[in-house]
Design a protein around this ligand. Structure first.
Ligand code: GDP
Length: 369
């Protein structure tokens, strides 16, 4: 008997199991789905955002990122009402080639800031984020500490789209985050393409991270990006690399002397840091604060923001016109045949463009009648 019992309990013996409840509570899943689907009113969004509710903030950013037209108009209403509650944060762009240590750096500086009571939002511009591996913030293993920090909010890059579209979404997300009480905003981008210009046009301070021992060409950093930078820091200044980093620092300092003076009057800072060993991180924050004081003192800070607002107005007009043009049904109809005419050299590209434009104007006039 005893033996039997023992036998029954053996892990090697397959016992009859008892009936298990269904693993998934279907009703609960359904309720969750409904809650997710439930459209909040503009006021509910605004109240939630202003109260710092992250779930509502995330939902609002999702609206901003949506291609659905009704989401878009709802998002615009929310943004308009959030605008009076924005503008007090400092917006910082962070760029550098993949592997330079941006995520490690953001985690290090981010933790430094949140431990000093700052509220940090991290956004990204990555128009090519359809790639899965190495996507800027898509990889959940990155920024492990910051992603669970109560004082931080990390939002992965909106899914791939045109640069203009992604930039708009990021700008609008900045507004929402500021209204939700975040007073430091990081916008991360990969320092290889045009996205830097877009980021530059939405931040107050632009930080370029570099590596020692790799030529500029190797790092894919264009001179224009260096010119835009308010600070260049050579990361990975640790261990065997420390000497190289210090040498690179003086090389970059010399190179920057040859650049024309900046509009702000600020002389770009060149320094070294180790994001991994958390060395020089507080120094970067001091640099950013010094820049803020300097440019607020000479009026550049406010002027730059004014120019950014003006730029956004024109960009919005450009984007709207372009979308309206290509969505026009007459334009859509004529384009394939016109391409054929251009390819077979029947008409020049210029004449073809004019032909399509004329169709568009005619279609617009027709719609107005
Ligand atoms: P990102 O692609 O620019 O975001 O770069 P990551 O933050 O993912 O860093 C790329 C690699 O460099 C990782 O293996 C990091 O651990 C390493 N790394 C980042 N910062 C430092 C640093 O300051 N020193 C050293 N030695 N390695 C670093």
């Amino acid at each position: 008997m005893l033996e039997d019992n023992h036998h029954n309990k053996s892990a090697l013996h397959v016992n009859d199991g008892i009936q298990q409840p269904e693993q998934i509570n279907k009703a609960a899943v359904e309720r969750l789905k409904q809650a997710k689907k439930k459209q909040l009113s503009v006021d509910q969004y605004i109240n939630g955002i202003l109260a710092g509710d992250r779930i509502i903030l995330s939902k609002a950013i999702t609206l901003v990122e949506s291609t659905n037209l009704s989401h878009h108009s709802l998002a615009q209403k929310i943004i308009e009402k959030c605008l009076p509650h924005t503008g007090k944060a400092i917006r910082i762009g962070i760029t550098g080639v993949p592997g330079v240590g941006k995520s490690t750096f953001i985690e290090a500086l981010g933790k430094h800031l949140t431990s000093h009571g700052y509220m940090l939002a991290v956004l990204a511009i990555d128009p090519s984020s359809s790639r899965t591996r190495g996507s800027i913030l898509g990889d959940k293993t990155r920024m492990e500490e910051l992603s669970v920090d109560q004082n931080a909010f990390i939002r992965p890059s909106p899914s791939a789209g045109s640069l203009g579209g992604v930039a708009r979404k990021t700008r609008e997300s900045i507004i929402l985050c500021e209204a939700a009480g975040f007073n430091v905003i990081f916008v991360e981008t990969v320092g290889v393409g045009q996205s830097e210009t877009a980021v530059h046009s939405m931040v107050d301070f632009f930080l370029l991270l570099m590596l020692a021992g790799a030529g500029d060409e190797l790092q894919g950093i264009k001179r224009g990006i260096m010119e835009m930078a308010d600070a260049i820091f050579i990361n990975k200044a640790d261990g065997d690399n420390l000497k190289n980093a210090t040498r690179a620092q003086s090389e970059y300092k010399n190179a920057l002397h040859l650049f024309p003076p900046t509009e702000s009057g600020w002389v770009s800072t060149v320094g070294t840091c180790s994001a991994r060993s958390k060395i020089g991180i507080d120094n970067i924050w001091e640099t950013i604060r010094a820049y803020e004081d300097f440019t607020k003192g000479n009026g550049f800070f406010g002027r730059k923001r004014q120019l950014q607002r003006e730029l956004i107005m024109f960009e919005t007009i450009n984007e709207t016109l372009k979308t309206d043009f290509y969505l026009d049904s007459e334009v859509k109809k004529i384009i394939p045949a016109t391409i054929e005419e251009v390819l077979s050299n029947k008409i020049s590209s210029y004449v073809a463009a004019q032909k399509i434009m004329d169709i568009y104007y005619k279609s617009k006039r027709g719609n107005q009648l």
